[in-house]
Design a protein around this ligand. Structure first.
Ligand code: BDR
Ligand code: CA
Length: 303
């Protein structure tokens, strides 16, 4: 059992990742921290609270702490065209829960430094909050078990520019700070996440059962495929990061030093120097096992 914080910008694939984490018997979700990215911070926070309230049986048990509304430099660019209106496409009931009194950075530091068992952060959006937390408390590097990052494109082409993956491109300075901090990081980039997807042809019941997560997972995918006639595959970017936290053996990883290009046309490009370092770069994935984990965790729960 690993204790985790999900740092996230929901986001359709973030929503699936959150369902998996909440339903997994192998993870205990200490809280959710939000960051702007796929949508404005107002929207990602609203989505996170609605999702937690809709999916979590013990309403209020999972705190949602509000994070950064802008990267280290400039502003987030957002991806409403990918994730739909409001950043989620579908609408959920208006929430009654309120955000936690602590900011995302305070929450990450507080929970990590007080944890009995070292805590893992699963970072599913721009790395702004995680970098700020590491910057504010240098002792966090040793307190955290690991940061599992969905981000980067090493050998694979980017998805926001020819060279860069969205989450890293949103805040390259923050990503550099996290990779250079010395904290143990596993990076789950497009090289592996583009191998895992749900296909249009397999719908409309991608997830089985009557649970809220199965119903909502199916609704999110149906909405995406309906809104985007060109879309044949929905990539399991963020869900793969959660699956790899539960079962790291689904990945083949190589230790490396990772840096991010901050200048010019290649801004946001992730570069790995293999042969040692605190970062494990995922270079391959057992697709069948990974997709099986995603499917079963969203299908089987009875929330
Ligand atoms: C990443 O970017 C976002 O749009 C997704 O939620 C995922 O975290 C994929 O590049
Ligand atoms: Ca995301």
């Amino acid at each position: 059992m690993r204790t985790v914080i999900l740092d996230t910008d929901p986001g359709t694939d973030d929503a699936l990742a959150l369902m998996m984490a909440l339903n997994s018997p192998d993870l205990r979700v200490e809280g959710v921290t939000t960051v702007g990215g796929n949508a404005s911070l107002t929207d990602t926070t609203d989505n996170a609270i609605r999702l937690v309230e809709y999916l979590d049986e013990e309403r209020g048990a999972i705190p949602v702490a509000v994070g950064a509304d802008r990267p280290v430099h400039g502003s987030f660019t957002h991806a409403y065209h990918v994730h739909g209106a409001g950043g989620l496409g579908v609408r959920l009931p208006a929430p009654t829960l309120k955000p936690h009194a602590m900011s995302a950075v305070e929450f990450i530091c507080d929970r990590a430094l007080q944890a009995v068992q070292p805590l893992t952060v699963i970072a599913l959006g721009p790395l702004t909050n995680v970098a700020a937390a590491l910057g504010s408390r240098p002792d966090l590097v040793d307190a955290l078990a690991e940061v599992v990052v969905m981000g980067g494109a090493f050998e694979a082409p980017g998805n926001i520019t020819p060279h860069a993956e969205f989450n890293i491109h949103e805040d390259p300075e923050a990503a550099n700070a996290v990779f250079a901090s010395g904290v143990l990081v596993t990076v789950v980039g497009l090289d592996v996440t583009r191998q895992t997807s749900m296909h249009r042809r397999d719908g409309p019941r991608w997830f089985e059962g009557e649970s809220r997560s199965a119903e909502l997972g199916n609704r999110i995918l149906a909405d995406r495929f309906q809104e985007r006639a060109d879309l044949q595959e929905f990539y399991l970017h963020d869900p793969l990061a959660v699956a790899a936290t539960i079962d790291p053996d689904i990945l083949t990883s190589r230790p490396a030093q990772v840096s991010v290009v901050t200048e010019g046309d290649e801004r946001g490009r992730t570069v790995a120097r293999y042969g040692g370092g605190t970062v494990k770069v995922a270079v391959d994935v057992d697709v069948e096992r990974a997709v099986g984990i995603v499917r079963s965790l969203i299908s089987d729960s009875q929330t």
